[in-house]
Design a protein around this ligand. Sequence first.
Ligand code: RIB
Length: 342
Amino acid sequence: MENMETRGIKEVARHAGVSLGTVSNVLNRPHVVAENTRQRVLEAIRELGYVRNDSARQLRAGRSRTIAIVVLDVSNPFFTDVIRGAEEAIEAAGAVAVVCNSGQSVSRERRHLELLEEQRVQGILITPVDGGRDSQLINLIKHGVPVVLVDRGIGQSGRCSVAVDDVLGGRLAGQHFRELGHERVAFVGGPLAIPQVNDRQRGFESVLSDIQVLTFLTAELTVAAGRQAGATIADLPAAERPTAVFCANDLLALGLLQEMTQREISVPGDVAILGYDDIDFAAAAAVPLSSVRQPREQLGRAAAELLLEETRFPETHAHRNLVFHPELVARKSTMRPTSPRR
Ligand code: RIB
């Protein structure tokens, strides 16, 4: 019984005056076909409008060449940089990357995961909405779909993960403010139920035990939440206002910077602001933003390489939890101009 795919290839072969094997080689091993023959077959494919039926090949091969990248929030440049790093490794391996945005919604994440399993994707890189504890994701792993956790759900056994040492990142922020001589500082971030936010706050406070640390919790890690926190801080009497603020990510810090600037509160003169991630907009801000840099593209690349290893060498692959180190990038938003030497 001929299927649509076989009939299509036969018509291409007849039209191009070559064998079925030559058409198959043009599609799967073009390097073994003479260039003029290859062009003749490609011309026949164009003229006949032949489209390869990948689902048939997927069924024979067991899985597609597609690797899914499921992120929390595509509007946050942190994730687009992670995606860029992952795509580089995925495409270098001859696979294809597809991106899904959960928008921090568990139900949307579940719908994406359901569809990706139906499509028999080769594997999934995911920053899970609830830290990798959702039953849909756990069942997908039980069904044998390779999964690598990115940035969240870290340290859970039975799967690979990549992350950054956020406690160290918080410590770098606290040490920076201590070196600058600040004695009344603040942490802006939330929700603390997010382990990465909690770790950043803990690391920050761990090096400032002898200094007053105010905490302003936000519902989200967004520019709008940063502006709201900025308004609260700006409304404090000047004597109670912190002279330095560490934000759990750059979007919060950029919102805070925007609010201070609009209220003509000098940054860093009246209040120093430090972010986290070091997205490209940090350096480009009106007052270049100091930030604790996460190696975003490296995270994405490493996650993809772990997944590719697991799919290619399942017998020898060992699950690993990779942890990268952040680094402090000091810019104008925390660095008071050095007083001119007299
Ligand atoms: O939820 C988004 C944040 O979490 C990013 O800004 C990055 O800091 C990640 O850890």
